[in-house]
Design a protein around this ligand. Structure first.
Ligand SMILES: [Zn+2]
Length: 231
């Protein structure tokens, strides 16, 4: 049985581990209390009480973020960098997409959110593969870092927009293709700079700035609006 405490009529599960401090975690409205091995229940309650305002704030923010995430099965348009594509969804055999000028045709067996989003995931991934690969290679060649780049991959991850390993493999979250082009370019500048500096210290940001002078404002945009890029 999972250990839990009751707080205002709600069961909050407790996860004990070899850690030194207590912390509340919230994801998708689900709360978990992470604590060191031998903290008594009374202290747990006291801790949750002290964090009550914070908890309310985080939950409200998460609920707001969720309400801002689009359901494309009911949408007339979808973003692709700086463009708003007209979205035409048709029921049909098989699941496929086709892009012509400013119109994206999506064919799905069932016109429901999950089905539509699955096809659109394919679409955004293909766009990312095309655009981000091109942009990354351009920048890497321009900066003379081609010897450091070994691979580019595309994956949807929960919390990260990009990643660069010490072996020179860059990974992008293809959902970024829903962001304005300057944001996509910032991400490319950020990850390629990691080919040189595997950290976020001053010399790393200096390198980002050489490729993308507006990095401060674009990093802020991604931080504040990232949750809207969704499928
Ligand atoms: Zn980074």
């Amino acid at each position: 049985m999972t250990e839990a405490i009751e707080w205002q009529g709600e069961q909050i599960p407790i996860k004990r581990s070899r850690r030194k401090t207590m912390a509340l975690h919230v994801r998708d409205g689900q709360v978990e209390l992470r604590v060191p091995p031998r903290v008594p229940q009374a202290d747990l309650l006291e801790f949750v009480r002290s964090r009550q305002d914070w908890l309310t704030r985080v939950r409200l923010e998460q609920a707001r973020h969720q309400s801002e995430q689009p359901d494309f099965s009911r949408a007339s348009h979808c973003p692709l960098m700086d463009r708003q594509l007209e979205l035409v969804i048709n029921p049909g055999p098989g699941n496929a997409w086709q892009l012509t000028e400013d119109r994206l045709y999506v064919s799905v067996e069932r016109v429901e959110k999950d089905w539509v989003h699955a096809v659109m995931a394919d679409f955004y991934k293909a766009q990312a593969r095309f655009y981000l690969t091109e942009k990354t290679l351009q920048l890497v060649l321009k900066r003379g870092w081609e010897g450091r780049l070994t691979d580019i991959r595309f994956r949807r991850t929960k919390t990260k927009w990009g990643h660069c390993t010490s072996a020179g493999r860059i990974q992008y979250n293809w959902l970024v293709m829903q962001a304005p082009e300057r944001i996509v370019d910032y991400l490319v500048a950020h990850e390629t700079a990691h080919l040189l500096h595997p950290h976020h210290r001053a010399e790393f940001w200096a390198e980002v700035e050489r490729s993308h002078p507006q990095w401060r404002q674009d990093r802020k945009w991604l931080h504040e609006n990232g949750h809207r890029l969704f499928l």
